[in-house]
Design a protein around this ligand. Structure first.
Ligand SMILES: *Cc1c(COP(=O)(O)O)cnc(C)c1O
Length: 402
């Protein structure tokens, strides 16, 4: 791509000289956003179907989020968890009111929320007097994060291999395979962790039957059932929580990505039985649940949980699914997902398509080699879907004829 702006070139060079090179980025520098569009330093617009990886649920420049940040910034930004602050308690109360949970623990990111969830499950087993109950069950295609424990539950060779030994006693079972789950979950199982709709692994929705089986098995064997709704939760599926679709209730649910409108946050929502296992000093965080992030999260949760807002997500999500299904390309293999979490599996790698899309003013992201994942801001409108379909159809035509 032609990067004409000197400033962009300077910044890219600065990044390449100074950052640990763990991210491969396209050759432009984003500088501002409005609604569902972001702009680079050259002023080029990109229609955003990524939303900072399913984070920016309210898009860019939401007036209520901006006001909440401004107001919170003039008050306390950080106090540590040594002290009470109002927004933290109020956000917890909102999360409890709007979910299965009885109590909340705050973290700073998704991986950290999952780490905490594992510690909670282990503490519960410890309190019950178990000495050999340490096995954690996760599933094929799962993604639970990059810290050592979270990556241990993320069965992807590339993510795990250089970092071994990982957390021991993890078993990977086949996603959505009822018999497979029955074969591995037993008395040594301390926790079972599952994404109700898998994100990074390729947008696979769990079957209600599978979730029900996991619930039954966890009850039988006193194991903690953890739903990782870090990506699929908070309205993305068209319901506030993706688990609502199945009617199955977890013991713990982890949240992060969209909860604070782009500010870093994680949350561990738990039943009373799990909360009872934790005493003062058992777990903690310096930053987590600070007054600024939680004040902003209150605003985001309030907006996203409105029935009209969720109906909008379902409506535009259905339209996206319908329009994508109409694309007539031999390269498309399967279309999956719910709400505004849609995956399109191709017969080819999608990297070149993502690169081509930048030129077309479109931000796209993959989920694995062959899957294009649409996780736009939840304020997306049908007209934006039409633009996506037009550009995608054109690009697929070009790729097919190359
Ligand atoms: C992104 C993600 C995580 C990890 O969150 P981080 O904030 O990047 O640590 C965990 N689980 C799921 C399902 C995710 O999508």
């Amino acid at each position: 791509m032609d990067t004409t702006n000197d400033l962009s070139e300077q910044i890219i060079e600065l990044e390449q000289d100074n950052l640990v090179q763990t991210y491969k980025r396209p050759p432009f520098v984003l500088s501002r956003g409005e609604g569902v569009t972001v702009y680079d330093l050259d002023g080029k617009a990109y229609l955003d179907f990524v939303a900072g990886i399913a984070v920016n649920a309210l898009g860019y420049g939401d007036p209520d989020v901006t006001a909440a940040i401004q107001q919170a910034a003039t008050g306390l930004i950080h106090t540590s968890n040594l002290y009470y602050t109002a927004p933290q308690a109020e956000l917890a109360a909102m999360l409890v009111e709007k979910s299965f949970a009885d109590r909340v623990f705050f973290a700073n990111s998704g991986a950290e929320a999952n780490e905490g969830a594992l510690k909670f499950a282990r503490k519960l087993a410890y309190n019950r007097g178990f000495t050999d109950k340490t096995q954690v069950v996760c599933f094929s295609h799962a993604f639970h994060g990059r810290t050592l424990a979270a990556v241990s539950l993320t069965p992807k060779e590339k993510y795990q291999k250089p970092f071994k030994p990982l957390m021991p006693d993890v078993i990977v079972a086949e996603f959505n395979d009822v018999e497979g789950a029955k074969a591995v979950i037993g008395d040594r199982t301390v926790a079972v962790i599952v994404e109700p709709i898998q994100g990074e692994g390729g947008i696979y929705a769990v079957s209600p039957e599978f979730l029900k089986t996991l619930r039954t098995l966890c009850d039988e064997h006193q194991a903690t059932l953890i739903f990782d709704e870090i990506q699929c939760g908070m309205g993305r599926s068209g319901k506030l929580w993706a688990y609502e679709e199945s009617g199955v209730i977890p013991d713990i649910m982890t949240l992060a990505k969209p909860l604070a409108g782009g500010l870093p946050i994680g949350a561990i929502l738990v039943k009373q039985s799990v909360a009872d296992a934790m005493q003062p000093g058992d777990h903690g965080s310096t930053f987590a649940g600070g007054p600024l992030v939680t004040a902003v999260a209150k605003v985001v949760l309030e907006k996203v949980s409105q029935p009209e807002f969720l109906a909008h997500v379902s409506d535009v999500g259905d339209y996206l699914m319908e329009r994508v299904s109409e694309i007539n390309s031999p390269l498309i293999k399967e279309i999956r997902g719910r709400g505004l979490m849609v995956g399109v599996e191709f017969t080819v790698e999608v990297g070149p398509l993502v690169s081509k899309a930048y030129e077309q003013g479109l931000l796209l992201v993959n989920a694995g080699e062959n899957v294009l994942r649409f996780v736009p801001p939840l304020i997306l409108e049908k007209q934006h879907v039409d633009i996506l379909i037009e550009k995608l159809t054109q690009m697929l035509g070009e790729i097919a004829s190359e």
